[in-house]
Design a protein. Structure first.
Length: 106
């Protein structure tokens, strides 16, 4: 099912807080901040009809000790999608009091 996801699924959620269910039963509430296409990350031999790689930038709306792991999320037109890897990012010039995350799709 992960191969069916494209950037537009997350663009519809941009600015919204979404519930991410982690495999250990924890729930994260993350705001979808950005959706960035990464055309340079496409493998040279990849079929042109294959989706462009993209990144989803997220911010936690509550403190969390979560670092990285698999999660599931309800996506428009697709329903519940499982096994997405969410990874924490360094603040790098952003508010160090916030927790930032990213999901990469290739």
């Amino acid at each position: 099912m992960l191969d069916l996801i494209d950037a537009d699924h997350f663009r519809q959620l941009q600015g919204q807080v979404c519930r991410f269910d982690i495999h250990d039963g924890e729930t994260l509430h993350l705001r979808v901040d950005s959706v960035s296409l990464k055309p340079q990350a496409r493998m040279p031999e990849a079929d042109e009809e294959r989706r462009l790689p993209f990144a989803v930038g997220l911010t936690a709306v509550q403190p969390t000790s979560f670092v990285h792991g698999l999660c599931s999320l309800e996506l428009p037109q697709l329903g519940r999608v499982a096994n997405m890897m969410v990874a924490r990012e360094a603040a790098l010039g952003r508010d160090p009091g916030q927790s930032y995350f990213q999901i990469l799709f290739s």
